[in-house]
Write a protein that binds this ligand. Structure first.
Ligand SMILES: [Zn+2]
Length: 63
């Protein structure tokens, strides 16, 4: 079985884990162009259901 030629240094392990922790942070957000609500980018708006200028999901009104 193929094995690593060298031991992974503490510095290299720390660099990899720093990247992994960075990916865990909060997703990037933008303002919805339709209603102005803060939404997760590349996702349909949770308050009005719009994405790319058209209605893509039905949104139940909050009572
Ligand atoms: Zn919206």
């Amino acid at each position: 079985m193929a094995t690593p030629k060298r031991k992974t240094s503490h510095a290299r392990t720390a660099q990899r884990k720093a990247q992994w922790l960075g990916a865990l942070s909060a997703p990037s957000t933008t303002k919805c162009p339709h209603c102005g609500e803060v939404v997760v980018s590349h996702r349909a708006c949770s308050s009005c259901g719009f994405y790319k200028g058209r209605q893509v999901i039905e949104v139940k009104e909050k009572v």
